[in-house]
Design a protein around this ligand. Sequence first.
Ligand SMILES: *[C@@H]1O[C@H](CO)[C@@H](O)[C@H](O)[C@H]1NC(C)=O
Ligand SMILES: *[C@@H]1O[C@H](CO)[C@@H](O)[C@H](O)[C@H]1NC(C)=O
Ligand SMILES: *[C@@H]1O[C@H](CO)[C@@H](O)[C@H](O)[C@H]1NC(C)=O
Ligand SMILES: *[C@@H]1O[C@H](CO)[C@@H](O)[C@H](O)[C@H]1NC(C)=O
Ligand SMILES: *[C@@H]1O[C@H](CO)[C@@H](O)[C@H](O)[C@H]1NC(C)=O
Ligand SMILES: *[C@@H]1O[C@H](CO)[C@@H](O)[C@H](O)[C@H]1NC(C)=O
Ligand SMILES: *[C@@H]1O[C@H](CO)[C@@H](O)[C@H](O)[C@H]1NC(C)=O
Length: 421
Amino acid sequence: MHLGLLALASTGAASSYFPVTEDFRPFGPGYNHGAYPQDFGIVGPPNLQAVHDSQNPPTGLAVDSEHNVYLTYPRNMGQTPVNVVRCTSFNDEQPWPNAAIQNCTDGQDPSTCFVNVQNVVLDSIGQLWVVDSGFPADAEDGANALYGGSKIMSFNESSGEHIRTYAIPKEYLQHQMNANDVRINNTLGGGNGYAFITDESTNSSLLSVNLDDGSVIRRLLNTSVVRADEKYVGSYDGNLIYCWNKTEIGYCTTGADGIALASGNVYWGVLASRRYYFISQEAMTDSSLSDDDVLAAVQDPGQCATEQAGFTADKHGRVYILASEQNAIYYVDTQQSEVDMTVNGVQPGGEGRVPADRYVVKTLVRNGMIQHADSAAILDGWLYFNTNQLQLSPDRQYNNTDNRKGPFRSFRVWIGRGPAV
Ligand SMILES: *[C@@H]1O[C@H](CO)[C@@H](O)[C@H](O)[C@H]1NC(C)=O
Ligand SMILES: *[C@@H]1O[C@H](CO)[C@@H](O)[C@H](O)[C@H]1NC(C)=O
Ligand SMILES: *[C@@H]1O[C@H](CO)[C@@H](O)[C@H](O)[C@H]1NC(C)=O
Ligand SMILES: *[C@@H]1O[C@H](CO)[C@@H](O)[C@H](O)[C@H]1NC(C)=O
Ligand SMILES: *[C@@H]1O[C@H](CO)[C@@H](O)[C@H](O)[C@H]1NC(C)=O
Ligand SMILES: *[C@@H]1O[C@H](CO)[C@@H](O)[C@H](O)[C@H]1NC(C)=O
Ligand SMILES: *[C@@H]1O[C@H](CO)[C@@H](O)[C@H](O)[C@H]1NC(C)=O
């Protein structure tokens, strides 16, 4: 949607919002920390800029170069009339790139239509990509994704014209491989680049797709760095979150989910955990490495105190983590030149990538308006994100009650930086 349509915009000297750690002063002068029941800290601007209201909970979000917002309404909890939309005003949306592609018809090749798109992502050369899990709304428990349905597709961002489809090879669909999110590096490898996909199934994995020849490698399958914590229990708005089958208590097992590319690395989070990791893009795309080599190349920067559904990154190597348990968005600098603290004896500034043992995650914004931020995108100094109250959805609520309460709002917050390329 265009800037002129922004509602509830809070104006002000946007750049003063950043770095925001200085804004974290929730307590009045002279008061104890914890003297009042409302002593919770808001971090960042108190009024986030609302950009769109959705009647249904969206998972994916992209912004094109003209600030049009795109959202996805996946079919994991049943059929949605439209899978991918472009927002045309604060409340209005239209099917994108067209209405016909939103549903596969009987007998249609599932690589040519949307089965269950989870996210939409802009690359650095004007292409919008969709990632489709390939699980129909009525898929049976234990079934694998449809071959052809599980795919990524590229489209021209201005014309909506379809460019290319990369189907996930059949052999990788085993064990309920569940493509959830994607990021593109258009220059890696010298040709058309690579796509990196998270597989949020219980066994979980990461995939890399060579965008020249369409070859795919599946890595880290069923390893600890992609699998959920045993008996993971989350927290949301102060309540503990289990996974429920009616009145039977259970534990969510969602694996690798959010993903971002920065500093030549792939970053991802394991949803039902408070763990995130990174690995070099070279290691993820090098088919000569053994699975053990790839696992050994994974870097562990420590836990991040939240489950995290979405990641994004800016052009200075700052990675943003959507921190749903904290009603927050975090950030972490991965380039030493951006670091502003002395850590383990290393002064601020300098060169090169920050090693995992010196990662310091900080809070960009924390606000009651952030009700499970799920996907984010950066454009012209703004970080856009959607919210969908995932933890209040039937799977995560007692007796499978749907406690989500829409409309579901998407926002933007000023960061003064452009997207990673
Ligand atoms: C997709 O199919 C559903 C019914 O399965 C229907 O309600 C919806 O209108 C269809 N969407 C489009 C864009 O045709
Ligand atoms: C997208 O379409 C526009 C207009 O049709 C064209 O000028 C542009 O080159 C296309 N971009 C890509 C990446 O194909
Ligand atoms: C994990 O993979 C194994 C086989 O490798 C399979 O038997 C099992 O069903 C998978 N589990 C899940 C929950 O996908
Ligand atoms: C997957 O990992 C789990 C937990 O480490 C293990 O119990 C299970 O046997 C593994 N499955 C396969 C097929 O490797
Ligand atoms: C929920 O419980 C029912 C009855 O025990 C069982 O048949 C079903 O498979 C369970 N569903 C899931 C998703 O585990
Ligand atoms: C994409 O790949 C190029 C070439 O390897 C690399 O220089 C660049 O840092 C990568 N981009 C990101 C965002 O990681
Ligand atoms: C669970 O929800 C069903 C309706 O879906 C209702 O009939 C039942 O009484 C509820 N059970 C409990 C224990 O709340």
